[in-house]
Design a protein. Structure first.
Length: 408
């Protein structure tokens, strides 16, 4: 039986309550005690336990023995999430991952990571939790991911003499990308920075010491998602890891070759802009509408008639829907409305019911404008659409999630 209190184990409950009673059956044999933990502990050590494949070993003192199973569950689930994100198999027999649980109960939040070299030249990744009850689980998760990636590089033939580090912002981005709940917010934040010209050119954006990637975790996660893709049967992230393991240093040109298939950074700039534009159309979570999505939808509520600005004394190439309604007789305005109706409809695809309803209201107005409907009908349709949009924007700004369906 596990004797530590409910309050102390609550932080670990989600990662292994079911495994406590059946830790031996679930995770296989206990490991040999030849490689003991470095943390000093009162009392004798408990027998270490290992993962089924033998690549992860968890050590603990007898006083903290009950944490072995939930820690191992946490590591294994993190490993599975990393495998899903990267499409790589983790767990190296050439470079074991050791988790050493300390005997402290003083609220120490530290997570200590290191690489150890055995007398025979072998390598091990080691993570220490001085106080398992106070350990920062976010830092622990990050440390596990870094250790697994480093062990993978050893498994594929990398040595201490050849292995090169990937940028920290990229690793942080991969770990952040694993959390599906942050993806839409990351896309929204990155697109907001891009639309306001707050992101640097591609050479600086993908530099090893990218300031944008380091200061803005959302940007790092979006860029990492591009490098986690699979193209023509090639896993881009695997290529990066394998190259780094065999001595290739990171460079923006290397990223450009992988993503844009050219070392020309000017072409890479155009590619990055195109990818960010495409990100605005990606449905990360079907049915979700955030404030950022509403803001981008609003950008579609303008018309760009051919040669507009030369015929009505305007200095801008666009007009608002209100202005367009007063010029419904102009064939260029009507043609522009017909084309914009399709774009407005596509901007709401995959979003929540309220945005779909707002989109349909604007589409009804644009289609009426395109066919030359009378002024009264145009005013009515536009007022209805504008009112629905203001309601949506207010709720989105307050974090509300709309569930209204079209026609409901």
């Amino acid at each position: 039986m596990l004797l530590f209190s409910v309050m102390k184990r609550r932080r670990w409950a989600a990662w292994g309550v079911a495994a406590f009673a059946a830790a031996g059956a679930a995770w296989g044999q206990e490991a040999d005690a030849g490689l003991g933990p470095r943390l000093s502990r009162p009392g004798p050590p408990a027998a270490p336990v290992t993962s089924k494949d033998g690549s992860v070993v968890v050590y603990a003192p007898a006083s903290k023995a009950g944490y072995r199973a939930p820690v191992l569950v946490f590591v294994d689930r993190t490993r599975e999430e990393l495998r899903t994100a990267t499409r790589l198999k983790f767990g190296s027999q050439k470079c074991l991952l050791e988790i050493s649980i300390g005997g402290k109960s003083d609220g120490d939040t530290r997570v200590l990571a290191s690489r150890l070299r055995d007398p025979d030249g072998g390598l091990r990744e080691r993570i220490e939790l001085p106080d398992p009850e106070g350990a920062d689980l976010k830092r622990f998760r990050h440390a596990v991911c870094v250790a697994l990636l480093r062990a993978w590089m050893v498994e594929c033939g990398g040595t201490e003499a050849t292995m090169r580090d990937l940028p920290l912002w990229l690793i942080d981005g991969v770990v952040r990308y694993m959390d599906r709940e942050t993806r839409q917010a990351d896309v929204d934040r990155t697109l907001l920075l891009w639309s306001r010209a707050c992101l640097p050119c591609a050479a600086d954006l993908f530099a090893a010491e990218s300031q944008a990637g380091r200061r803005e975790p959302a940007v790092g996660a979006v860029l990492a998602s591009w490098l986690l893709e699979r193209r023509d049967g090639v896993n881009l992230f695997e290529s990066l890891l394998r190259s780094a393991a065999h001595g290739t240093e990171w460079s923006p040109q290397g990223a450009s070759i992988l993503l844009a298939e050219t070392p020309d950074l000017a072409v890479f700039d155009a590619y990055v802009d195109g990818r960010l534009l495409a990100e605005s159309r990606v449905v990360v979570k079907p049915g979700l509408t955030t404030d950022g999505i509403v803001r981008r939808f609003r950008a579609h509520l303008l018309l760009y008639p051919s040669y507009f600005g030369k015929t009505f004394g305007k200095t801008t190439p666009w007009c608002t829907f209100q202005e367009a309604a007063t010029r419904a007789a102009d064939p260029e305005v009507r043609a522009s409305a017909a084309g914009q109706a399709v774009r407005v409809k596509m901007a709401a695809v995959g979003r929540d019911g309220m945005l779909l309803a707002v989109s349909e209201a604007y589409v009804a107005f644009l289609e009426a404008l395109a066919r030359g409907a009378p002024d009264g009908e145009l005013s009515r349709l536009l007022l209805e659409a504008e009112g629905m949009r203001r309601e949506l924007e207010g709720r989105a700004a307050r974090g509300g999630v709309m569930q209204r369906t079209v026609g409901g």
